[in-house]
Design a protein around this ligand. Sequence first.
Ligand SMILES: N[C@@H](CCC(=O)N[C@@H](CS)C(=O)NCC(=O)O)C(=O)O
Length: 208
Amino acid sequence: MTRPRLVYFDFAGSRGEECRIALHLAGVDFDDVRITDADWPAYKPRTPFGAMPVLELPGQPPLAESNAILVYIGRQHGLHPKDDLQAALHEALMSYAEELRHQISPVLRITDPAQKRAAREELARTVLANWGRQVERQLGDSAFVGGDQIQVVDIKLYLVVRWLTSGTMDHVPTSVLDHCPKLLRLFRQVGAHPGVQAWLARGQRPAA
Ligand SMILES: N[C@@H](CCC(=O)N[C@@H](CS)C(=O)NCC(=O)O)C(=O)O
């Protein structure tokens, strides 16, 4: 291996996509390795914690956990605050985004149509609405969390907001974060960022 490899499912969303976008914005020449469902059981035991994304760096142990990967990329390439407290504040938001994903996952596994509808409507009304409200309280008037420069925290929030508001989660209305104008503005700013646009224009398989 001569250059970094970012390993994730062939899916243009969630934790893997946020790491790919961060690497792209950082200008890192990396191998975008897509693991198929068929190949996943063989690769899984080689990952640190049995999950992806994983960042493989030449001559180094594999790095797992999306937030650790994002912070590492951010620190190396000026996409994360240098000030320790500012960095910790960004990392708190990133952890809060991961907490949300862990709350959503069990609801997405419900298959019975009536139970699924009820659970997702309840999720939108309670967990998702509250998550947006709490994040909104942390945001200021600038385009991004840390001011007018995009950083890894913004990429993480962008992916989560895109997922929640995309309409791909049945019974979760696209208006679920309409009470969070600052968060929606950040989402639009990240989506309009030239580096993010350039990544999205590569024609990745669209996904929330
Ligand atoms: N906390 C981890 C969660 C990783 C995770 O759950 N990854 C999912 C994909 S988004 C996965 O690998 N699922 C397959 C499996 O667990 O077998 C992170 O932030 O990277």
